[in-house]
Write a protein that binds this ligand. Structure first.
Ligand SMILES: Cc1ncc(COP(=O)(O)O)c(C=O)c1O
Length: 393
């Protein structure tokens, strides 16, 4: 048996690109100075950080001063919501969607506890945000709208330019934030095209390092730092900068954007085979997310199996050296189905049988063929083992 593992969970994280590691290394070995100091060691670190900031700005069609380096997607999302809410004390209303990552949802919930009103927009059966509900939700107290660029569980690509158009028609002062953490590898991030005011990125989803991210904040957007201390990041995030991380983030983003079409075409071919072939081979399989492959991220496949627990399928796959995900924040103790699937109207029982496959640039058609061989067998075996328990659970 082939013992090489097959990694199919690129929405969770990606292997670090050797070119990224190479770009980072000098900032861990030679140029380790504190970029805020004034001597030689500091100057080299400062140069690296400044170049990284310029490079990220270029990828976003933004200005370097509009780029804040953070510790990752979670911090960027927290900072976007809290930073704007703190700066616009008079405004009492935020709008987001029911399918956001918990980094946004939990930030919104905390703001609710602090007295901010939050509207959670519904989505349709494919995970597309309801734009009419957005129009209805906007009011005189709205200060911020946060809608993700693409969903991490089902890959739905949201109409961000339309969101911005609707919001700005109501009041140009309302800031629009988008979590582009999953979109960064596959979509055009130009903030001039979409018109967003804030945008979150994470290094480790695009073959960069973990623990580093970006929050883009359009100039003149009301915004207050949430980490206090030094004057780093133009007073918007205190703390000695993660220079090597920033260089890694910038390199990963530059490569992601330069190779975007090629990487997209590669994973799309593999994904489309899965979309076409897996439902033929497994009975009781329901594709989740958009049926139209153009409306979902090209690396994203997700489905639910009837009469089987998603976690059990994952364990079977793991035994066959395949790493995939259920797409939800399941723990072994709590098998609560995904909030995203439930919001899309997937019945509770079916949502418990979810599988997410997210492809990457290193995957091959042979790996997909292997997956197509392994899944039907695993699902049928599980159904045969515990038909009654699965049916009544
Ligand atoms: C859409 C989305 N937003 C935010 C995050 C959080 O990013 P990080 O892991 O860098 O904190 C993730 C990671 O799973 C994500 O998929």
């Amino acid at each position: 048996m082939d013992e090489r593992r097959i990694y199919l969970d690129h929405a969770a994280t990606t292997p670090t690109d050797p070119r990224v590691v190479e770009a980072m290394l000098p900032y861990l070995t030679e140029h380790w100075g504190n970029p805020s100091s004034i001597y030689f060691e500091a100057r080299e670190a400062r140069k690296g950080l400044d170049a990284a900031r310029r490079s990220v700005a270029e990828a976003l069609g933004a200005r370097p001063a509009e780029v804040i380096f953070t510790s990752g997607g979670t911090e960027s999302d927290n900072l976007a919501l809290r930073g704007v809410a703190a700066a616009r004390k008079g405004g009492r209303h935020i709008i987001t969607t029911v399918i956001e990552h918990h980094a946004v949802l939990h930030s919104a919930e905390r703001l609710e506890q602090e007295g901010v009103r939050v509207t959670y927009l519904p989505v349709d059966r494919e995970g597309m945000v309801d734009l009419e509900a957005l129009e209805r939700a906007l009011d005189d107290e709205t200060i911020l709208v946060s809608v993700m660029s693409a969903n991490n569980e089902v890959g739905t690509i949201e109409p961000i330019a339309d969101v911005v158009r609707i919001v700005k028609a109501r009041d140009p002062r309302i800031a629009v934030h988008t979590d582009a953490v999953q979109a960064a590898g596959y979509l055009d991030l130009d903030v001039g095209r979409t018109g967003v005011d804030l945008l979150s990125l994470a290094g480790h989803k695009i073959y960069g390092p973990k623990g580093v991210g970006v929050l883009y904040v359009r100039s003149r957007t009301p915004f207050l730092a949430q980490t206090l201390g030094g004057t780093q990041e133009k007073n918007r995030r205190a703390g000695t900068e993660n220079v090597a991380g920033a260089v890694g983030m910038a390199t990963a983003l530059r490569l992601a954007q330069a190779e975007r079409v090629e990487r997209g075409d590669h994973v799309r071919l593999l994904r489309d085979r899965l979309l076409e072939e897996l439902p033929r081979r497994v009975s009781g399989l329901h594709i989740t997310g958009p049926k139209d492959p153009e409306r979902r991220l090209p690396n994203s496949f997700s489905c639910c199996f009837e009469r089987v627990e998603g976690e059990a399928v994952l364990l079977q796959l793991d035994l066959k050296a395949i790493s995939a995900s259920s797409g939800s924040a399941c723990t072994t103790a709590s098998l609560e189905p995904s909030h995203v699937l439930l919001a899309m109207g997937v019945p509770h029982d079916l949502a418990r049988g979810s599988l997410r496959i997210t492809l990457g640039k290193g995957n091959t058609m042979e790996e997909i063929d292997r997956l197509l061989d392994v899944i039907p067998d695993s699902v049928e075996r599980l159904r045969a083992l515990a038909p009654q328990a699965a049916r009544t659970s």
